[in-house]
Ligand binder design. Structure first.
Ligand code: NI
Length: 259
């Protein structure tokens, strides 16, 4: 049974320059299914290229809320055209980020609405980024009937109560490095108690390296550190967790092939 990394930026500057080895190193650790989300136009194009190059790499394409400032019809048209590609399994990562102030909330909302319209045309799920904006994100997903698409709350850092609300909206909970941090509270509570049929694993590499690598550059090969901690917190066998996470990932992203 394989490990899954549902959110790795092989398309980032740090990992892309050595992507073939990054991927091979992960496969040596048993990580054999990768989803690479875009965050701007260029990284979305690279995600698509990698997905076409490797059978077990899938792409998501989309514009992160901090990257949309100068985007116009041209960039959104590219999304519309390429979201139809068979190896594009989701639109993302999109959402809200009130931590940085490169874009206003109004601009973020406009881009969000525009991108979910694109996802709805092809009925593909959403990969949601939400930083310092969890209630706002919840309301936007709810107000716009996003339960019809489903998706994942990537790198979820909210409470178990909020996790349950997102699951009711048909959104999965993506857990990564923070569940392993020795001072983590909410992520451990969520890992232990969330409905296991809505839990998926991710590294968010090159960011958020798990303990004991915290602060270093992250890579998909670190998924076993994250999955082992989740299995330990839940008191289940790691192989059972692997089976469930793979099933969840294939269901959420409508992946039909045997991996
Ligand atoms: Ni990301």
């Amino acid at each position: 049974m394989i490990f899954v990394d549902t959110h790795c930026h092989l398309n980032s500057e740090q990992l892309y320059k050595d992507y073939d080895n990054v991927k091979k190193d992960a496969e040596k650790e048993g990580v054999k299914l990768f989803i690479v989300p875009g965050f701007d136009l260029e990284s979305s194009k690279i995600a698509l290229k990698l997905a076409h190059e490797y059978e077990n790499v899938y792409a998501a394409i989309g514009f992160h809320p901090t990257e949309i400032k100068h985007y116009s019809d041209l960039e959104y048209k590219w999304l519309e055209d390429n979201i139809k590609d068979d190896k594009v399994v989701a639109l993302g990562e999109i959402g809200f980020d009130l931590h940085w102030d490169t874009t206003t909330l109004e601009e973020q909302m406009e881009s969000f609405l525009r991108q979910i319209r694109i996802a709805k045309e092809v009925n593909k799920p959403l990969i949601i980024h939400s930083r310092d904006a969890l209630n706002l994100t919840y309301q936007a997903l709810k107000d716009n009937d996003c339960h019809l698409l489903g998706g994942v709350m990537h790198s979820f850092s909210g409470s178990i109560e909020m996790a349950k609300e997102f699951i009711k909206l048909n959104f999965y909970i993506g857990l990564g490095g923070p569940v392993t941090f020795t001072n983590a509270k909410d992520p451990k509570i969520v890992a232990e108690n969330v409905d296991i049929n809505y839990l998926i694993t991710e590294t968010d590499s090159p960011y958020l390296a798990p303990h004991p690598l915290r602060g270093k550059m992250n890579s998909p090969k670190n998924i076993p550190l994250i999955a082992s901690e989740i299995a330990k917190l839940r008191g289940i066998d790691i192989n059972d967790l692997k089976t469930i996470v793979l099933d969840n990932t294939k269901r959420l992203f409508r992946i039909k092939s045997d991996v």
